[in-house]
Each structure stands twice: as C-alpha cells, then as structure tokens.
Design a protein around this ligand. Structure first.
Ligand code: SAH
Length: 345
C-alpha cells in the first residue's frame, strides 16, 4: 500500500491520526484486504478501497521450488518488473518453525554491470519506493510469519538508501528486527558510511568476489570507482562503530577467482592490520562462499572440491567461512538469477 497516499487520504477526510496506525497494524499482521480491518468503520473501509489501492504491486507470477523456496514476480503500477524470494529453512529439532527469510529488491533492474549477474544484464528501470519494498514483505507475510530479511534481490540498495532505510524502519512491525535485516552492497562507500551512522542495528554484507583490484574491476566495474582497499576500510569503520560482523559474499567462479593463492590473498586482505589485536580483527569479517548459479554469462561454477579447498585455506588463516546453501535454483530464484524474464514481453 502507498502509505503516503494513505496518510493524505485520511487527512483529507478529517480522520484522526490513529487511523493510519490501525491500517498499518492490519497490514503488518498479514491482512488480505480492507474487509479484514474490522475496527475501522465500514464506510471508511469502502472509501479507502476506492481511493487507496490495497497493494502497490501486482503479482504477475509465483514459482514454487522443490526446496520450499517461493519466487514472486511483480509489476509496479507503471509496469516495472521486480522479484522477491521467500526461503524456508528446516524446522529446528525442538519443534517450532524454522527460519523464514525473505530476499527483497531495492530497484527494478540494476544500473551496475557485474559480469556474472543476470540482473545486471536486464534494463535498469528505476528505484523502488519504501512502500514498494515493504509490499514485497507484506506479500509473503500474508501467507506466513517471516523473521529475516536480506536486501539481496534486484538492484543496489545503497543507490536507493533513503527508501531502503524507510522500509527498514517498519520491518520490525512485520516481525523482522533490525538485527535480522541485512543490506548487501557492491561496496558503494557513501552508502556504507551512511549505514554506519544509522541508529538501526542493521547488518552489512559486502559482495567482494575478488581480492585483487584488477580482477575485481574486471568482474565488477564499480571497483574502478570504489576500489576494494577503500571499501574494506569503510567496512572496518562500520565494525568499529556498530560492533557487528560484516559478511563477505564471494561467488566461486571456476578458474577465475577460486585458486589456492587467491584464498590466501583474500585472507590477507581481510586480516588484521598489524596494530590491532589478532582476535578482534579476525572477528570483523565472515566469508560466505556462494556456489555460482548459472546465468547467460561466460562463467562456470567452481567444483564442490575447489569450494571446500578454498574454504579450508581461509580457515587455516583464521578467517571464518561458510558455503551458502543454494536455494531455488530450479525456479531461477537463486543469487544472481533474478532477471524478471516473464515480464520482458
Ligand atoms: N547489489 C547488491 C545486492 C544484490 S545481492 C550486491 O551486489 O551486494 C546478490 C548477491 O548475489 C551478490 O553478492 C551478487 O554478487 C551475487 N550473485 C550475482 N550473480 C550471481 C550468480 N550468478 N551466482 C551466485 N551469486 C551471484
């Protein structure tokens, strides 16, 4: 729902301020329509249904993966495509529900041109509004409780940070605390600095992918503008201020960035400056190795064995590393595969 339009419409009708809060409380709990909002007068519900569309996104298609992952393809009111993904993790042994994590888009398309990413090859349309970002969460909230959010869908969140942070302010109402919210970036330094200043304890993830400046510039042209060395400094400053570990994403490309020496180079880049205590510095970064998901690009993914060896090399140098579980590859919902093909026509 367009929350600004809602405020304006209620104000124009001379409604008290708490009405907007009532509507939002219903939305945040997963209401499916104005008719659910039983503490609002019927006449007001009918008027709102006329004047404020219940959703700012139109669901075009929903794909369900064998592993429980769901990908939703939406269009904005002006016809721009975007996708969001719900990942369901196994229920814990003690009972209760497993983690329910949503991956949301901050832009329709992406203006950056990372060579291995499908989103980078579709046309960039525009930034999404806070309401359009929140709507993705509300969509999944209408079917089940959700508790984690990653800004790892389409787009570069740091290029649309006002809207992203605006949406983050309301995520706790939907069940997603700031501590369970992660913003992922290619390393857009002004954005990292703003997140460092924000009072919300949101997590930061950095898409790193190559520890060597020249190779990183080849894979991610944005590195020419914000070189890795400076990006790493900005991440260290984030940690100093927030005391929250930074996740490093590293997509494993066969023969490109997966050699043993490259793991050592990565460990070196992420290691402590000599002046800092070893134990503290090592806690700053945690590497998440991402198996490459096929896209229309010249790359192929590293083998399981190379990924395991790369991880072992990092850990031998004291850098914690995990391998990301691949989700939703059968429905092209995995990292880097979001390209909104169905609305291309
Ligand atoms: N623009 C932000 C948010 C997108 S996050 C960022 O880049 O961080 C999406 C993650 O998936 C990024 O780490 C991206 O580099 C990674 N990715 C892109 N293409 C991929 C692919 N084909 N296989 C696996 N991961 C990929």
């Amino acid at each position: 729902m367009d929350l600004q339009l809602l405020d304006q419409t209620l104000a124009d009708r001379g409604e008290p301020a708490f009405r907007a809060r009532q509507v939002w409380a219903w939305l945040a709990r997963g209401a499916r329509g104005y008719e659910d909002m039983t503490n609002l007068p019927v006449a007001l519900r009918e008027a709102l249904a006329q004047e404020v569309p219940f959703s700012v996104l139109e669901l075009r298609e929903e794909a369900h993966s064998e592993d429980g992952t769901v990908k939703a393809l939406f269009a904005t009111a002006d016809g721009r495509p975007l996708e969001a993904v719900l990942m369901r993790y196994r229920n814990p042994p003690g009972g209760g529900a497993g983690r329910r994590s949503i991956c949301v888009s901050s832009q329709s398309g992406c203006p950056l041109t990372c060579r291995f990413c499908a989103t980078g090859s579709m046309r960039f349309a525009r930034n999404l509004s806070s309401s359009e970002i929140l709507e993705q969460a509300l969509h999944f909230r209408r079917t089940e409780a959700i508790d984690h959010c990653v800004f790892m869908g389409m787009g570069e969140p740091m290029l649309n940070l006002d809207a992203v942070l605006g949406a983050c302010e309301r995520l706790p109402d939907i069940g997603i605390t700031h501590r369970r919210t992660t913003i992922s970036t290619v390393g857009w330094i002004p954005g990292i600095e703003r997140l460092t200043e924000s009072t919300m304890p949101i997590r930061l993830a950095l898409s790193l992918h190559a520890a060597d400046e020249a190779l990183r510039s080849q894979l991610m042209p944005v590195n020419d503008r914000y070189p890795l060395s400076e990006v790493i400094e900005a991440c260290r400053a984030f940690y100093q201020r927030k005391r929250r570990r930074v996740f490093v994403e590293y997509v494993m490309l066969a023969g490109v960035n997966d050699r043993y020496e490259q793991a050592l180079e990565l460990a070196r880049v992420l290691s402590a400056p000599a002046a800092q205590a070893r134990s503290e510095a090592q806690a700053i970064f945690k590497v998440n190795l991402i198996p490459f998901n096929p896209t229309d690009s010249e790359f192929t993914g590293s083998s399981r064995e190379s990924i395991a060896a790369f991880r072992a090399a990092l850990e031998s140098r004291g850098i914690p590393a995990t391998v990301r579980l691949t989700r939703g590859r059968d429905i092209a919902a995995a990292c880097g595969q979001l390209a909104a093909t169905a609305t291309a026509a």
